[in-house]
Structure formats: structure tokens, C-alpha cells
Design a protein around this ligand. Sequence first.
Ligand code: IMP
Ligand code: MG
Length: 182
Amino acid sequence: MEKIFGRPIVTQEDMKRRIDELGRQIASDYAGRNLILVGILKGAFAFYADLARAIRAPLRVDFLVVTSYGSKAKTTGKVKMVTDLTEDIKGQDVLLVEDIVDSGLTVQYLVKTLSKRKPRSIKVCALLSKPERRKIAVKVDYVGFEISNKYVVGYGLDYQQQYRNLPYLAVLDQVDEEGRKS
Ligand code: IMP
Ligand code: MG
């Protein structure tokens, strides 16, 4: 699999270092709070597993599954929650864990939807952010790496549901930033 993607943009060593930093920061920021770490599946699974173990503090885990449909190129692209949380988040400190913030639509939708359940706080932690692609100005409280306008796969991120198990992040050269084959 490594042969197909010769260009890692973040190595496994850099990733581990950054995730350990994020974990320490989050543990300190949430000291004495009721942290519930909400993983946004499927893309966040790899980052989530590493981040959760880097946070040396009490927390609860939960997950939800979203799908987006419609062209990613349009702001009319719709996001839908297809599997909901199992925990009640009322009064809890929710930290959403996302693989990548691109247009901002997914984060905007989830913050809006989950805020109605009256958590004490709701924040966002994303492994990656592509600021140039933003269509909605969403607040991303913790960012692993800001990357340029390239389509990336691996470490949870897919291209047509493949490559999520690549152990590092790589640029898919043959695919443009919308995920279209060029
Ligand atoms: P947004 O709603 O436009 O911010 O998109 C967020 C979702 O789009 C992420 O959770 C990813 O699933 C997907 N996505 C955005 N950019 C990439 C990429 O470069 N590679 C793989 N998936 C991506
Ligand atoms: Mg995805």
C-alpha cells in the first residue's frame, strides 16, 4: 500500500508528537470537568483512538456517524447524522473529534444539533484543517495540523472508502481537492 502513496505529508513520528501535545493540552484545559469525547465516524477513528489515550485524565467516550451528500463543492451539500450518540450530553463538556475540517459544514451542523441538548460546553478538535477551503467560519478549538488545499488519505481518511488503514497521511496526487479524479 505504501508504494501507491509515495508522498507522506505527516509522518507517523510527527503525528505521535503532535497528538501527545494535544492530549496534554486537553487534559489540562478540562481538569475537573466532565469531559465526553465524541468521535465523528468514520474518518476520526484512528485519530480518536490515539488522542483518547494521549489524554491522561478521566473522560467518557461516545461516537456518532455522519454522512454528507451532494457535491462537496456546493454550500448546499447536506450533512446528516445516521447514527446518534448513546450518552446523554446534558451538562457535559463535549469535545467533538473530527478527522479534517474542510468546508466547515459538518462541524457547523454538529455543533448546532448537539447544542440543543444543553451540554455545558461544546468544542472541536480536528487532526487536520484546510483553512483555504472554508465556506463557513467555524471555530476549531484544537487543530493538529493546518494543511494546504490537497486531497489527503490515510490515518482514517478515505478516498471512496479506501485507504483509511494507511498508517500515515498521504497526498493523493491523482485526485483534486474535491476528491475528483484528474
Ligand atoms: P466539511 O464538512 O466540508 O468540513 O468536510 C469534512 C469531511 O469531509 C471530513 O470529515 C472528511 O470526511 C471529508 N474530507 C474533507 N477533505 C478531505 C480530504 O482531503 N481527504 C479525505 N476526506 C476529506
Ligand atoms: Mg469522510
